[in-house]
Design a protein around this ligand. Structure first.
Ligand SMILES: [Zn+2]
Length: 351
């Protein structure tokens, strides 16, 4: 059996289901959006556009790509190759991309995932929303859309329900967007003049890390520098400040790049075969287990006999079952995962 043919069959089956059940994202104002897609590489092609929803869905059904993207930007000429100017960008959605690296508990190679790094990704989303988006930016939970990226992170879209606010946000310039992400990453944090958001966040962090440090003076003052310099434990405080600034693993390019593409919601991620799954709320996120809940259940009812001859050792848990390079029988979801990760195997038989 040819693995690639089988993989394509599964992608096709998924897209048929997603379109029939109306869950595949149809980007708003579709004729002004650019699309990109890929099979073995992430983005083989871009500069694609569709004049309406029907043509888009027909294309996805026919091609069932392993990676599918839409532009965050709205453009007059999405087909034009080149930058923002050539494409006539006139508006752009705002989204954050959190992509985590391995944690101390992870035992796998860099490009694999496990419950620990996925948990870390989830914690970072909660931190971004509860520490920045709601208290500092004044957004409501309903203005935020959380989407599992399909691999090691999440996309967090800012979509204010209030159209006036949405207009303002979606007309931000590149510099505005840069300012936003720099604020979150603490890049323009000035210890001579600490604003209320960062004061709140840092005091909380100091209290959590070391109860012996008195934060009373810091709570009242904006000029932290002169206070900290008089502390005996000043090095410890500086360290906590640095750690707090570096807490989020945000991909700055997703915010920066005018013509950035982001995965279509409810498409499949070609590296994992997992669903780029949209979540309904923060509570929904807290209960979400990507290794189960981002799996297309029909794939779990398909079984394949394989001979894995790759010398790399691996372990992946999908839907509560562990698979390693010794596995002989795998499900459709595992087939997609191994294929996406370029693991060498022979496909012997399917059931
Ligand atoms: Zn891990």
């Amino acid at each position: 059996m040819n693995a690639f043919v089988e993989v394509q069959k599964l992608y096709k089956e998924y897209y048929k289901f997603a379109i029939k059940n109306n869950i595949l994202e149809v980007p708003e104002d579709i004729e002004h959006r650019e699309f990109g897609y890929g099979y073995l590489k992430k983005v083989d092609n871009r500069n694609l556009s569709f004049k309406n929803e029907r043509v888009y869905k027909d294309w996805v059904l026919k091609n069932s790509p392993m990676h599918l993207y839409k532009s965050l930007a709205y453009m007059l000429y999405p087909n034009n190759p080149g930058g923002a100017e050539k494409k006539g960008v006139f508006r752009r959605e705002l989204a954050f991309d959190i992509d985590v690296h391995k944690t101390n508990k992870c035992k796998h190679e860099d490009d694999w995932i496990c419950k620990y790094c996925l948990k870390e990704a989830k914690n970072q989303v909660i931190y971004l929303i509860e520490e920045f988006l709601i208290p500092d930016f004044g957004l409501n939970e309903e203005d935020i859309k959380i989407v599992f990226s399909g691999n090691r992170g999440y996309h967090i879209y800012i979509k204010p329900k209030n159209n006036k606010i949405r207009d303002i946000i979606e007309n931000y310039s590149k510099d505005d967007r840069k300012f936003l992400i720099n604020y979150i990453l603490g890049k323009n944090l000035n210890l001579n003049k600490v604003g209320s958001g960062w004061r709140r966040r840092l005091i909380k962090a100091i209290k959590e890390k070391d109860k012996r440090i008195s934060t009373k003076k810091l709570e009242k003052e904006k000029n932290w520098k002169k206070i900290i310099e008089n502390f005996k434990s000043k090095n410890k405080i500086y360290k906590i400040i640095e750690e707090t600034k570096n807490k989020l693993e945000l991909d700055e390019k997703v915010m920066d790049d005018d013509i950035r593409l982001l995965r279509v919601i409810n498409s499949l991620h070609g590296y994992t075969g997992f669903i780029v799954k949209s979540l309904d709320s923060l509570d929904d996120l807290k209960k979400f287990d990507p290794l189960k809940d981002a799996i297309f259940k029909n794939f779990e009812n398909k079984f394949y006999e394989v001979n894995i001859y790759d010398s790399r050792k691996f372990e992946i848990e999908i839907c509560g079952k562990k698979y390693t390079n010794k596995s002989k029988k795998i499900t459709g979801s595992v087939l997609l995962y191994l294929f996406g990760h370029n693991i060498k195997f022979e496909l012997l038989e399917s059931h």
